[in-house]
Design a protein around this ligand. Structure first.
Ligand SMILES: [Zn+2]
Ligand SMILES: [Zn+2]
Length: 338
């Protein structure tokens, strides 16, 4: 089968790999969609090559099932993979948060296990959840990391129609935050330095857009909120300045959630946390049960998840897909297979 690896320094390559076979408790999926996610770019841009197949947003159809797989999963089922494997038995794994397992973890498509930028992917059967019939494979791929990550950060802050949320960064995760916060009823201020991404944010429902290269975003947010600041902020860019501003731009008793991976930032704890009586959340993707909850949210609200996906590629076009995504001007890029 074909699989996509990174050679280091912004080079991707399509290579031949042996077809996987399902052992006990394992499933082989025929990949139907595999999303590109911001964290891929950190490794794509890095100098180290990877021998593992990339792609940590796997969505497809069950092709083969090993003995001992859960009885609820059948060959031919449309599924999303919760792409982590922890020890499977500790308290945190039992919560469905295998990515946080203290006993070590495999991330499928994240460098420690083969991912979904391939014809097939081999994963533990217990990592699979059903893909709702109303969602497409590419929507399932988006939910399985980037979109789900934004959604769950908003859930942690309990976002509702009483909120005005500042979403820092409008890449695929931030754009998902804009879309999701709107569907939760909030007003949304979208912040990014890339005009194409601000245009997409508008299309996804952002009430206001701010380009920090044109104005100071903290001041602009205050102007839009009667001088108070946003009631909540979601930081998706990982940029150290945005990390500061996400806290600086919330009002007293506001909350901020951090999901963007990036560089350390200095925080003025007196001004922005203590005297503001602020609440700070960290969030890393979501649990397996939340993956199902996120699917149901998009089915129930009919929030236009498909609008998020701006670029589609065949597996043979994977090198181009990473080149395009690396420009940091696109919406969600997805590799789609027949
Ligand atoms: Zn564990
Ligand atoms: Zn991701």
């Amino acid at each position: 089968m074909r699989g996509v690896t990174f050679l280091g320094n912004r080079q991707a390559e399509i290579r031949e790999f042996p077809d996987p076979q399902a052992g006990p408790g394992e499933a082989v999926l025929k990949v139907r969609a595999s999303g590109l996610c911001g964290t891929d770019l950190h490794r794509y841009r890095g100098s180290d090559p990877t021998d593992m197949i990339t792609g940590h947003e796997p969505c497809g159809v069950v092709e083969e099932l090993g003995p001992g797989s859960p009885s609820g999963i059948k060959i031919g089922d449309r599924v999303i993979c919760h792409h982590y494997q922890g020890c499977g038995v500790c308290e945190i794994c039992a919560m469905g948060y295998e990515q946080v397992c203290p006993n070590g973890r495999i991330t499928y498509g994240g460098g420690t296990g083969h991912g979904a930028n391939a014809d097939y992917i081999l994963v533990p059967s217990r990592t699979l959840v059903h893909l709702d019939p109303e969602l497409s494979f590419e929507e399932g791929a988006a939910i399985s990391c980037g979109t789900g990550t934004a959604w769950n950060g908003l859930k942690k802050m309990d976002i509702s129609g009483r909120d005005i949320v500042a979403v820092f960064g409008q890449g695929p995760v931030g754009a998902s935050g804009t879309l999701s916060a709107k569907a939760m009823g909030a007003r949304v201020i979208a912040i990014d330095v890339v005009p194409e991404r601000l245009a997409l944010a508008k299309e996804l429902g952002a009430d206001h857009i701010i380009n920090p290269q044109a104005v100071n975003p903290v001041e602009a947010i205050r102007e839009l909120t009667s001088g108070l600041g946003a009631s909540a902020s979601l930081e998706t860019s990982g940029n150290p300045i945005a990390r500061q501003q996400a806290l600086e731009s919330i009002r007293s008793f506001g909350r901020s959630c951090y999901v963007g991976i990036g560089s350390p930032a200095e925080i003025d704890f007196n001004r922005d946390v203590i005297f503001k009586v602020a609440t700070i959340f960290g969030s890393w993707t979501f649990s397996k049960s939340e993956l199902i909850e996120i699917e149901r949210f998009f089915v129930d609200t009919k929030a236009p998840l498909n609008k998020l996906i701006t670029n589609r590629y065949s597996l043979d076009q994977a090198v181009q897909a990473f080149q395009d995504f690396d420009t940091s001007t696109t919406g969600k890029c997805v590799i789609v297979m027949d």
